[in-house]
Structures are given as C-alpha cells and as structure tokens.
Design a protein around this ligand. Structure first.
Ligand SMILES: Cc1ncc(C[n+]2csc(CCOP(=O)(O)OP(=O)(O)O)c2C)c(N)n1
Ligand code: SF4
Ligand SMILES: [Mg+2]
Length: 306
C-alpha cells in the first residue's frame, strides 16, 4: 500500500487553527479518510476541539459534537441509543479524545461504555500531555518528560498503559498506531469500523511545541518512537495480540534503535540524566517482555485451535 493509495477524499475543509506540524490533526485526517461520510464525531475539550470547533465555523464535513472534558464516552453512548431508536444503525459513532481526556478525566465514562459493550469506536490521539492548556503532564506522559507541571527532572512515574487496560475489559478490538505510519493507522481504523462492540485505538501524535522540536520533524519523530521501541504498533483482536508494521521484529532489543536518537531530538527530554535514561530503558524492555508474552500466548492459542 502506498501513500497514494489512501482515499483522496478529505472530510475536513482546509483552514483549521492548529499549529504547523500538528500530529493530532493528522491523526484526525487519516481517521476521517478511513471512516468516511456516515460518521458522527464526539470530541471533548482539548486541542482538536479548539482547532476544529470555534463556533460558528468548523472544518468538519461530517457531524461533530463538542462535549465536556469527561463526557466523550457517555455522550457517545447517548448518541448510539438515539440512533438505535431512530433505526439508523449503519452510522459509526466515534469518540475522538486527547490523552488527558482519556487516561485521566475520561477513563470512568470509557470504562463504563466498554463494560456495557456499547457499539462505540473510541480513538485517543495521544500527544502525551495536556497541550491545549499549556503542556501539563497527563497520565500518558512518559517517565522523565519535562512539562509545565514537571519542570524539575521531569515526570517521576511511568506512562499509564491504557491499551492493555482497555484490553482487560475484553472488548473485541484494541490497537495502537502512529501518525508516521498512515497505512497501518488507516487499516486499523477501517478494521475497527466493521467490528461491532467497543473498540479502542490509541494513536501516537507528536506535537512540535509540546515536545519541543522543529515543525518539519513530526513524521521523523513518530518513526523514531516506533523504531526505538518507545511506542509499539500492535492490535489485540478478540484477545489475540499481534505486533504490526514496523514493530514486528523489534522484540529482540538489539533490533531497536538507541533510545537517545529519539530523546535527543526533543527539548521535553532535556533534563534526563544517564541514570534516568537507564530507568526509562528498563521500563521499555519490561514493556516489550509483556508484548513478547502476549504474542506467545496468542501463538499458542492459534496452534491449539489448528
Ligand atoms: C472539567 C474540566 N477540567 C479542565 C478543563 C480544561 N481543559 C481543557 S482542554 C484541557 C487539556 C486537554 O488535554 P488532552 O485531553 O490531552 O488534549 P490535548 O489538549 O492535548 O489535545 C484541559 C485541562 C476542562 N475543559 N474541563
Ligand atoms: S499544541 Fe500540539 S496538539 Fe495542540 S494544536 Fe499545537 S501541535 Fe497540535
Ligand atoms: Mg494531550
């Protein structure tokens, strides 16, 4: 699949108010291409709401509800119920929320929706901090990151593992993606569109002012996140874990690029010392051991079925 094979149709008019090089807007654009016209978006407070929802103007070509910070999944549940009452069941309802709106304030409504098995596609565009309000740390901010609320020596605790928390809800589809790999992202959103039940996708979305890098480096930074193992591309379909795209073959740590290649390009990691880099690397290696276990369990399950 080449970049040219993505649909040409755009579902956003030009003229959004995002910063140049915004990864989150790219996540939205590719998601829209994969979902098409029959889609209703629910978007809470955050950068994407701010850059697409300044009343009375919007770049959206499909219906979009802007909602309170904590209510993405509950408002979406109401929209799903209303569509059902009207007999309109071939519309995709998608919650599109930032990492703060998902990992922190929105997790209760999201967990409730997953437990009720709502027919909801929930996408978290993960720029790893509260960007819209001035780059405060969120539950998704990685260890060691300098933000406006972790100004000295960076964040002291690890990134919350929301994809695996959502997988523990035993929903039919969980996936991760990154805007630097648009085909992988597109295929996952297309697949999720066809699945019934709660589906969760988390898209790593670099942010130039928040991560402190040049606006022309968004794609490169996303690629380095994947190639160094800081971010893994995978999907969990009906409980079966599978690494996808560039992340396949990275279980062996020697195949990953040195983490410094990723950290050194970004001002948000400027306060990291040797000792902290070692801690971060340990955390990444542990995370990959978890992926290795999940992948071997999935293989054993498939072998048993065959
Ligand atoms: C209940 C509530 N608390 C705080 C806010 C202020 N607020 C608006 S957007 C935002 C940050 C959103 O962060 P995230 O969800 O990560 O999205 P991003 O801005 O990074 O795109 C905050 C704290 C709010 N709107 N409502
Ligand atoms: S602050 Fe970051 S996420 Fe927000 S519009 Fe700018 S680039 Fe996008
Ligand atoms: Mg954010």
């Amino acid at each position: 699949m080449s970049i040219l094979s993505l649909p040409e149709e755009e579902y956003l008019y030009p003229g959004c108010g995002s910063c140049p090089g915004c990864g989150s807007l790219l996540a939205l654009r590719h998601t829209l291409k994969a979902l098409g016209k029959k889609t209703i978006f629910i978007i809470p407070a955050g950068c994407i709401a701010a850059v697409t929802g300044l009343f009375p103007k919007t770049p959206f070509k499909v219906p979009m509800f802007e909602t309170a910070f904590e209510t993405t999944a509950s408002l979406a549940s109401g929209v799903i119920a209303a569509l059902k009452m009207k007999g309109k069941e071939n519309v995709t309802v998608v919650g599109f929320a930032g990492d703060g709106g998902t990992h922190d304030i929105g997790i209760q409504a999201l967990s409730g929706a997953a437990e009720r098995e709502e027919n909801l596609l929930y996408i978290c565009y993960d720029n790893e901090a509260y960007m819209n309000t001035g780059m405060q740390r969120s539950g998704a901010t990685p260890f060691g990151t300098t933000t406006t609320t972790t100004p000295i020596l960076g964040k002291k605790v690890n990134k919350k593992d929301l994809p695996l928390i959502m997988a523990a809800h035993k929903i039919p589809y969980v996936a991760t993606a990154c805007v630097s790999y648009p085909h992988d992202l597109f295929k996952k959103v297309r697949k999720a569109k066809e699945i019934i039940g709660t589906r969760y996708i988390q898209i790593l979305s670099p942010c130039p002012p928040g991560w402190r890098y040049n606006i022309n480096q968004t794609i490169e930074i996303g690629k380095l996140a994947v190639r160094t193992g800081m971010w893994a591309l995978f999907e969990i379909e009906n409980g079966k874990f599978r690494l996808t795209g560039r992340s396949r073959g990275l279980i062996n740590p020697t195949k990953r690029k040195p983490i410094q290649e990723y950290l050194n390009l970004q001002g948000r990691f400027r306060s990291l010392r040797e000792k902290q880099i070692e801690i971060l690397l340990d955390q990444i290696n542990n995370q990959w051991r978890t992926y290795q276990d999940l992948a071997s369990k999935a293989r054993a399950l498939i072998n048993n079925i065959l």
